[in-house]
Design a binder for this molecule. Sequence first.
Ligand SMILES: Nc1nc2c(ncn2[C@@H]2O[C@H](COP(=O)(O)OP(=O)(O)OP(=O)(O)O)[C@@H](O)[C@H]2O)c(=O)[nH]1
Ligand SMILES: [Mg+2]
Length: 239
Amino acid sequence: MANESLENDGGTGSRNSRNIHFTSSVDLSTSLESSVQTRIFKIIVIGDSNVGKTCLTFRFTGGSFPEKTEATIGVDFREKAVEIEGEKIKVQVWDTAGQERFRKSMVEHYYRNVHAVVFVYDVTKMNSFQNLKTWIQECNGHRVSPTVPRVLVGNKCDLVSQIQVPSNTALKFADAHNMLLFETSAKDPKESQNVDSIFMCLACRLKAQKSLLYRDVEREDGRVRLSQETNINKSICPC
Ligand SMILES: Nc1nc2c(ncn2[C@@H]2O[C@H](COP(=O)(O)OP(=O)(O)OP(=O)(O)O)[C@@H](O)[C@H]2O)c(=O)[nH]1
Ligand SMILES: [Mg+2]
């Protein structure tokens, strides 16, 4: 995947959105000094096309709802620096493509070294909820450890009159799969904090896993990819 560059940013023009670039690489030896500072948590966002994955990740990292999105091709990276109980952490969100034709060559990369998984459905589309089983199977099929935290997100709750997936049905499903359930809206500004809680809750759980390595660099094909700094959001654990 070295030097791979996918130009789509979901039409959002997000300044926090980054495509795949493994071009800014240096020898490991020259960058280790600064590598012990910040942990990076890789969180992937999975689900049917059109459920609002891009909008949710944009809301978390950019703080707003994108006016226009296009189907994600491959993956868009969005990153947010947060501070939890005094520790600076980078939350690296992988906004994946829901359409099979835009994701098939990328699936291995999605699940590789993933720290947490967010499964999204659209509360106004029963089909997107029923398809969660398939997304969970795909995740399990890629040897994602059961210890990797997973959460379930029902998006588009602002469309109250169109809701097809009852909360108690979603809750039962979440319980059965050992996941927390968030019902929210990427569009409704009043839900903004709730959207933040999805990712901050996962970051808090990951922070507690002391086994996760400290790193500011990632080995990729024998080289090292530098990560970029973004705004720091100080927070206490929302869980
Ligand atoms: N009403 C409402 N519309 C939303 C919400 N979130 C997303 N949308 C709309 O749903 C459509 C799809 O949103 P995206 O975020 O692009 O969907 P996606 O899951 O990233 O789709 P793929 O990239 O194809 O996998 C867009 O028209 C958004 O404006 C929400 O919370 N409420
Ligand atoms: Mg998308």
